[in-house]
Design a protein around this ligand. Structure first.
Ligand code: ARG
Length: 484
């Protein structure tokens, strides 16, 4: 038995090393030092997604400013698109070097990060549906109203200050507008430059104006990084002196306004036009799930042996591992792997690495239990027979018990794979570009709430259904060999 788990320990180690070595290959290619920008690309014209030459790109005047900063530093700009409320932790943990995201330098934020000089000023406004315009003449009239704001923004704080208001805090501005259009909120607080992109005959500005309408935007950096701060301020001075920022705002606004949106496309058109997004998404989802199950399988087998080792401490460790991982939500595990490790230990996994690690350890707990059930389900007599033929325990386990056990639990392993394909959608939370993430991107570009997700659902279904059919076939084959 002992020899077996030495071998499995080696396999697990090799697997972990593979994740760490192979996976980040996509991140590192150039020799120039990187400058990682953290931004929440839902904020046109500051930063937003745009299809250019059939490819999804993050554009906007914040991005143009970032490019200038990178140029002055002679570093290669890398953009990380994360939720607005995750930007501060990302910066503090060093996952990103700077945050440019229309972020207002508030006193509260200044406690945890440093800010550059201001580079842009906008005004806060209240956005409502045209028919409600007269309902909200003043801020007082917003009492008790249903209000949409962006999570983690200063607008959320304003909303919290409105007596009895029912706040809906969402990740993305486009979601807030969608809530407004579908009457789930009556008013939304945002900034005029951003609101401008959504105003039409249905969505308008209310007469009410927040008490402090002016808001500034500045660039966030880690506390005490004076070198970067000075360089950034230098770049800003240069841009301001040439009126470059105004020009960038104008260009970005024009780019944002230019959406080919004559009629709303039907679901087939959405799919065809954005097929590249979906194809990329399916690719990542399959990659995540396949590696998740593969490593989950290996780790699960290892944990299973630990639990059945007959050695008290090891058994206890194995049981604790399984119980904790099965007893906590995968989303929480993901946050711990992705943010916890980086903030506490300075280990920065890429979204793909965090995704694979989380899926692997999560599924390993379920698989370990499956294996145990499978092994225990094999008739005791099998081991006895193998031993009496002179086989060592390890050998008997490998050649007699395990094959039978695995065969018995094969359908359940297949189910686990199917579960992982679906659950992997959670990884989109940390910016992994899987199918779920791509569906949200398409939703943000098309302003359609239904078809992008129906398409994603269909694709998930094709994957899971296809897989379950395949597994069914394989099972039947195995059963046929039983009857021989
Ligand atoms: N200026 C506001 C703030 O700092 C909102 C910024 C939102 N930015 C974004 N990229 N969504 O709280």
């Amino acid at each position: 038995m002992k020899r077996i788990y030495c071998r499995y320990a080696a396999i697990v180690l090799a697997a972990v090393m593979m994740i760490l070595a192979v996976v980040p290959a996509y991140a590192a290619d150039s020799t120039k030092q990187k400058l990682v920008l953290g931004t929440s690309a839902d904020f046109a014209p500051y930063e937003f997604h745009k299809t250019i030459d059939g490819k999804d790109q993050i554009v906007g005047f914040d991005i143009e400013i970032a490019k200038e900063i990178a140029k002055d530093l002679d570093r290669e700009l890398v953009i990380e698109d994360i939720g607005f409320d995750a930007l501060l932790p990302a910066l503090q943990s060093g996952r990103v070097d700077m945050v440019i995201s229309g972020m207002t330098p508030t006193d509260e934020r200044k406690r945890s990060i440093d800010f550059s000089d201001n580079y842009y000023q906008s005004r806060q406004v209240i956005v409502v549906k045209a028919e409600n315009k007269s309902k909200f003449p003043t801020m007082d009239s917003l009492r008790g109203a249903k209000i949409g704001v962006q999570k983690g923004s200063i607008q959320e704080e304003i909303g919290m200050g409105i007596p009895d208001a029912q706040l809906t805090s969402l990740d993305k501005i486009s979601d807030i507008i969608l809530q407004l259009r579908t009457n789930r909120v009556e008013a939304a607080i945002m900034e005029d430059t951003v609101a401008a992109g959504y105003l039409d005959s249905e969505v308008v500005l209310a007469p009410a104006v927040p008490d402090v309408p002016e808001v500034q935007a500045a660039i966030g950096i880690q506390k005490g990084n004076t070198e970067l701060l000075n360089s950034i301020n230098g770049t800003l001075d240069r841009l301001k002196a040439n009126n470059d920022i105004e020009r960038m705002v104008e260009e970005a606004s024009a780019l944002a306004a230019d959406r080919p949106q004559a009629k709303s496309p039907n679901i087939i058109e959405v799919f065809w036009e954005y097929r590249n997004y979906y194809i990329t998404g399916v690719g990542y989802t399959l990659l995540l799930s396949a590696l998740g199950v593969l490593f989950g399988f290996i780790i699960g087998l290892f944990i299973c042996f630990i639990r059945m080792s007959g050695i008290r401490v090891l058994q206890w460790i194995g049981t604790t591992y399984v119980e904790i991982l099965r007893g906590t939500p995968m989303l929480v595990q993901l946050m711990i792997v992705h943010y916890g490790f980086s903030l506490t230990f300075g280990i920065n996994f890429s979204p793909l690495q965090s995704g694979i690690i989380t899926l692997s350890i999560n599924s390993s707990a379920y698989l370990a239990e499956l294996f145990r059930a499978g092994i225990q389900g094999v008739d005791r007599g099998q081991m006895e027979a193998a031993r009496s033929l002179g086989m060592k325990r390890g050998k008997a386990m490998r050649f007699i018990i395990l094959p039978q056990a695995l065969k018995a639990v094969l359908p359940a392993i297949g189910n686990e794979f199917i579960t992982i394909i679906k659950e992997s959608s959670i990884i989109s939370f940390i910016g992994m570009m899987d199918l779920m993430y791509q569906a949200s991107v398409v939703k943000n570009i098309t302003f359609q709430g239904m078809s992008p997700f129906i398409i994603a659902a269909a694709l998930y279904f094709v994957m899971t259904f296809g897989l379950s059919k395949l597994l069914g076939l394989w099972e039947r084959k195995l059963r046929a060999s039983d009857n021989r």
